[in-house]
Write a protein that binds this ligand. Structure first.
Ligand code: B12
Ligand code: SF4
Length: 506
């Protein structure tokens, strides 16, 4: 059969808008299908206009979506189905809201689909046996049928190396500010932690599964590693330090040590010698979920880390010669403007190389989503806004507008012109470039989001437990309600000036 997968483009401008990196699900599923003799392809992020002829000329279209891309995924599904082509939707958003996705698709295949995709496509080909496909949802007249989920694939070594050549118009591309090609490789699934805002554990489980060192070497050798940067897509690369060591030693022994980066928990610093070994194997940056320096926020997020552990981690990672990209999430019920500013100052004071200040976002499949939805605190039904850059719920300790502007302020402070100069003066060319790009992105976001900011302003104050009715308000209402740019926006320009002064003094 001819099967075309689509990973839709994220709406609006986004820090990742210029990064052509796929999620591996569609590529992996296309690889499994093409090995079984089907003709499969992947259209990635619409970085080129969608090839509608290819889509409507297919026997089946598979759309992969996270929450923020769901509206675009549904548009594409509606259009494809209007030509009589059946559509299956999968990924972390429809897995938790299959009934919604079935308004637009013929089927939803929930959860990890590596072991169900072949049975599903066979059922489509023969027109029967859908009831035997684990995790499949569909409409049968007025009834919606949800088959129970199958067991998650236990042995990741049974999966093939994702074939990037199945991505139309070339594989993953340069990121716009970096010249290196980024190669995505996943060595593990799941995470033993269970942070309240993260959907990784409900999607992939807390049991940590990993590919053997030999298979990862095979994945690495299948790529052209010259001048490339490998991004290990793991959620927690060091969750099982024994396997991490085995993998790193195998890479060093085999002389396969490209430059690479990955996500880790602050607990990576607890394991003697692990960070230097990562460095020897080629690691040049780790992405660390610090989230906040407010201990109450860390507890509310079930983050299982202390501020002291965060500080030890930064020192140990830097001491190993690895750069730190800090990830922060603002807006817990224990946060206010002050805790956000303290967190941003901590990021600067601890000399993080790059950082991302995100807004707490109730993503389906998370406890945060359940709690905020139950309390009637969701502000918008527009999934396109659920991209961690927009405030979409009513915070407890500040107004929605304050959460938005404080987060922009934190980003503005960290990525001020002064900070760019500071990195440049220290000879950190790459960091200076990233900081300049992120600062530019922040300013562009503010410029293009005036109506959204006005909408937040019109929403008024913090959550006091009585405003459940506000759930119905949409950004369009807010845009009509007020056109003005909120006066609190330039809050950080003083900080930017201070940073510039610091930089010239350095
Ligand atoms: C790499 C990565 C990125 C990369 C590139 C991603 C991209 N192209 O979107 C970068 C760094 C750019 C990124 C950015 C963001 N990301 Co991200 N990212 C990941 C990460 C770590 C790995 C993705 C991956 O390849 N997974 C491995 C493959 C095998 O899983 P999969 O793609 O989901 O596929 C399986 C199933 O979902 C299913 N499936 C998938 N597609 C389809 C399609 C069909 C038809 C079928 C039947 C089945 C199916 O079967 C697959 C095989 O088992 C995931 C976490 C994770 N473990 O998945 C987060 C994750 C996808 N990201 C997330 C988020 C929120 C974001 C951001 C919005 C915010 C941010 N963190 O900065 C941005 C938005 C990017 C965008 N597209 O707009 C969330 C999404 C949750 C949600 N419901 O929205 C995740 C799940 C992490 C989390 N903490 O919850 N991300
Ligand atoms: S440590 Fe990271 S991947 Fe694991 S549950 Fe927490 S946020 Fe998700």
């Amino acid at each position: 059969m001819k099967i075309a997968f689509v990973e839709p483009k994220a709406p609006g401008i986004h820090i990742f808008s210029r990064i052509r990196l796929p999620r591996l699900g569609p590529v992996l599923l296309a690889t499994i299908l093409s090995r079984a003799g089907h003709e499969a392809s992947v259209a990635l992020k619409e970085s080129h206009p969608l090839d509608w002829h290819r889509l409507i000329g297919s026997d089946l279209v598979g759309i992969s979506t996270i929450t923020s891309t769901a509206p675009r995924a549904y548009d594409i599904a509606d259009r494809v189905r209007s030509f009589g082509v059946p559509v299956v939707i999968g990924g972390p958003h429809p897995t938790f809201l299959p009934d919604e996705a079935l308004e637009h698709s013929t089927w939803v295949l929930r959860g990890e689909a590596d072991s169900s995709i072949l049975a599903f496509v066979e059922a489509v080909r023969t027109g029967g046996g859908f009831e035997h496909v684990p995790g499949l949802s569909w409409r049968d007249g007025h009834r919606v049928v949800h088959n129970p989920l199958g067991l998650a694939i236990a042995d990741l070594d049974t999966l093939p190396t994702p074939d990037m050549s199945l991505i139309e118009q070339g594989g993953p591309g340069p990121s716009g500010f970096a010249t290196a090609r980024t190669i995505p490789i996943q060595t593990s699934r799941g995470c033993p932690y269970d942070c309240s805002f993260c959907s990784v554990t409900s999607m992939f489980g807390r049991k940590y599964r990993f590919r053997s060192a030999d298979k990862v070497l095979e994945d690495l050798r299948a790529q052209d590693l010259d001048d490339a940067h490998v991004f290990f897509y793991d959620d927690n690369f060091t969750a099982n330090p024994k396997r991490t060591r085995e993998l790193l030693e195998a890479m060093i022994d085999a002389g396969v040590t490209p430059r690479w980066s990955t996500q880790v928990h602050t607990d990576c610093a607890r394991h003697e010698g692990l960070l230097p070994l990562m460095r020897r194997a080629g690691c040049d940056m780790v992405y660390v979920g610090f989230e906040s320096v407010n201990p109450r926020t860390l507890r509310l997020y079930d983050k299982a880390q202390t501020v002291e552990a965060m500080e030890r981690a930064v020192s140990a990672i830097h001491a190993a010669g690895i750069s730190v990209h800090g990830m922060f999430v603002f807006g817990s019920d224990a946060d206010d403007a002050e805790t956000i500013r303290e967190t941003a100052s901590w990021a600067k004071a601890h000399d993080l190389d790059t950082a991302q200040f995100l807004i707490l976002t109730p993503l389906p499949g998370t406890r945060v989503f359940e709690d905020l939805q139950r309390a009637g605190r969701l502000l918008s039904p527009d999934w396109a806004l659920y991209d961690t850059h927009h405030v979409v719920f009513r915070p407890m300790g500040m107004s929605p507008l304050a959460l938005q502007t404080e987060t922009l302020g934190a980003q503005g402070t960290f990525y001020s012109i002064g900070q760019v100069l500071r990195s440049a003066l220290r000879g950190q060319k790459f960091n200076a470039m990233i900081r300049a790009y992120a600062g530019h992105h922040n300013r562009a976001w503010i410029r293009t989001h005036k109506p959204f900011l006005a909408h937040l302003r019109a929403l008024g104050g913090a959550w006091r437990g009585t405003e459940a009715a506000e759930a119905a308000v949409t950004p369009a209402d807010g845009a009509r309600a007020a056109e003005a740019v909120p006066s609190t926006l330039p809050a950080r320009s003083a900080d930017a000036k201070r940073a510039a002064a610091e930089a010239s003094a350095a």
